[in-house]
Ligand binder design. Structure first.
Ligand SMILES: [Zn+2]
Length: 119
């Protein structure tokens, strides 16, 4: 399992596969995490630590899309969304906003993050 943090350092996600290896949504580049088993594949094993907020409407080519967003509990940055109301995994996919989360910590040695801070 790998853990992923918000850019503020708050723990956000633990997942069975690296985010870099997951497919991206064409519409906005968000990382798509399959949250339900289907004929196309099995659901990923993951747990999201984020606060659900009111849905918002996003303009898309040819219409609108309703996004139920999840925010970082510490800095309130939106980190993920799905197309169905909370809880997490009520829809076929959970989408992680591009650039919202820092790199996968399980693969980054401790030294690396110290070096980043000192710069
Ligand atoms: Zn945060």
């Amino acid at each position: 399992m790998m853990s992923v943090d918000c850019i503020c350092g708050e723990f956000i996600l633990v997942i069975d596969k690296s985010l870099a290896a997951l497919p991206r949504r064409k519409t906005d580049g968000a990382i798509a995490i399959r949250s339900q088993d289907s004929e196309h594949g099995k659901a990923r094993v993951f747990k999201l630590n984020a606060t659900p907020k009111e849905p918002i409407l996003v303009e898309r080519q040819g219409g609108h899309e309703r996004q139920y967003r999840f925010h970082c509990p510490r800095c309130t940055l939106p980190v993920a969304y799905q197309s169905t109301p909370p809880p997490v995994k009520s829809g076929p996919f959970l989408y992680i906003f591009k650039g919202a989360l820092s790199q996968v910590q399980g693969q980054v040695p401790q030294m690396h993050s110290k070096m980043r801070i000192s710069r």
